[in-house]
Ligand binder design. Structure first.
Ligand SMILES: *Cc1c(COP(=O)(O)O)cnc(C)c1O
Length: 420
């Protein structure tokens, strides 16, 4: 792909972009004077689709109208509401419907999955994560180690970038597993690292882990809606992701949970129970012994918050309409243009640490700032550009193909250049 460095060229790319109409379907935040900001933080909180209000209003209306009977009589009956989300969510992550459910929140789901899939023994008990794992994931696995009576430092194995490098190498994971694999019970890896934006080869990780008898789980918080992880074919044992980043379902919204089909009918897996993972046929007989549902639904505990689910449904209907293939095609082009423009800036103050290969990243580019000068990020904010500063020294920027334009990217880099 050859790009050009001019506003007219960027505008031309927008005109030729068959997805450019989608921007209008989202609320773009504005500054005090009413100017639209340049929003590059869809990796942190995705923007609100304009239809979301209508979807939530529908449930508020049905609640007002029917009270408890809305569970059956609502336009979208609440009793089975989560089922309306399953097929679309499964497509987004490349899974079979039996493998996916929308429930609870991300960190909670990681714990529920570890209840089932982290079964340490005295000698095989360690958990492997990336050294730069998202803090919540690190705390979660450390607390699981402690919960099972292990030392939460000694039990943690970290996959680190080499000295002087920023990215992880798969061959280093291979060496760790070769050496210590017999002591490692679980790999819990961020499919896309939140800091560097590196997209790891999930299938390869699963193969390497399984070869050593480890369970492999993936956190897809930065992957879902951003790349196609093909979860089923990757053969990972489990995965979870939130829906408020690239899936635009609102602050703190619910999580997706994946359990590979090979575990669908394993009733012997230890798990926590509630009435929502009990057989739907007899759930309301109330006096039945527990009879677990097959597939991912067998990890639910509670009846879900419908208002949050309605926001997810609004968002998934957009993904369903557009399709991941078209989105990914635009995404590669948009981020490619962003990368090109940044690399054209003649300055040694900034450096992109995200992989150059578009197969090894999603839309996010992580820009490392020399001397960890946070001022640069603050100046961007003053110029109405919303990016995200992550300690110690990175500005994360995500042009999202659903609502960011080539012109956004061009204008952002022009301002960045003027600030350097
Ligand atoms: C965003 C994110 C979280 C947040 O977890 P919540 O339980 O939704 O608060 C956890 N892990 C990763 C990798 C994330 O990117």
């Amino acid at each position: 792909m050859t790009y050009h460095k001019s506003l007219n060229y960027a505008k031309d790319l927008d005109q030729k972009d068959s997805l450019s109409y989608l921007r209008d379907e989202f609320h773009i935040p504005k500054d005090k004077e009413g100017n639209e900001c340049l929003y590059f933080t869809g990796n942190s909180l995705g923007l609100q689709p304009k239809i979301t209000q209508k979807y939530i209003q529908q449930e508020l209306d049905d609640w007002a109208r029917f009270g408890v009977e809305g569970h059956i009589k609502a336009k979208n009956p609440w009793l089975s509401y989560h089922e309306f989300l399953t097929n679309s969510m499964a497509k987004i992550v490349g899974a079979k419907p039996i493998e996916v459910v929308v429930m609870d929140t991300l960190t909670t789901n990681l714990h529920l999955l570890m209840v089932s899939f982290y079964q340490p023994t005295k000698t095989k008990y360690k958990i492997l994560i990336e050294s730069d794992a998202f803090p919540s994931d690190r705390y979660a696995v450390q607390s699981q180690l402690a919960f099972h009576g292990f030392d939460s430092q000694k039990g943690l194995v970290e996959w680190k970038p080499r000295e002087g490098e920023d990215l992880l190498r798969i061959e280093d994971l291979e060496s760790i597993l070769e050496k210590d694999g017999d002591e490692i019970a679980l790999l819990l890896i961020g499919g896309i690292n939140y800091y560097t934006g590196q997209y790891l080869n999930i299938k390869r990780i699963a193969d390497l882990g399984h070869k050593k008898g480890c369970i492999v789980g993936i956190d897809l918080a930065h992957g879902a809606g951003n790349i196609q992880p093909n979860l089923h074919d990757s053969n990972v044992d489990f995965a979870a992701w939130c829906s408020y980043k690239y899936l635009n379902s609102g602050p703190g919204s619910l999580s997706g949970l994946f359990v590979h089909e090979k575990h669908s009918n394993n009733r012997d897996l230890p798990r926590f129970a509630g009435w929502w993972n009990h057989n739907k046929e007899t759930r309301f007989n109330m006096r039945q012994p527990f009879d677990v549902l097959a597939g991912a639904e067998g990890w639910q505990l509670s009846n879900p918050p419908i208002l949050s689910m309605a926001a997810i449904k609004a968002s998934l209907d957009i993904f369903e309409k557009v399709g991941m293939d078209a989105l990914l095609q635009k995404s590669k082009k948009l981020t490619g243009y962003f990368e090109y423009l940044i690399n054209e800036i003649d300055s040694d103050t900034i450096k992109i640490i995200t992989p150059k290969n578009s197969e090894e990243r999603g839309c996010q580019l992580s820009i490392q700032v020399r001397n960890a000068d946070k001022n640069l990020h603050d100046k961007l904010t003053k110029n109405n550009i919303i990016t995200d500063w992550r300690e110690p020294n990175v500005i994360r920027c995500a042009p999202v193909p659903l609502y960011n334009s080539f012109e956004d990217v061009f204008r952002m880099v022009e301002i960045l250049k003027s600030l350097l």
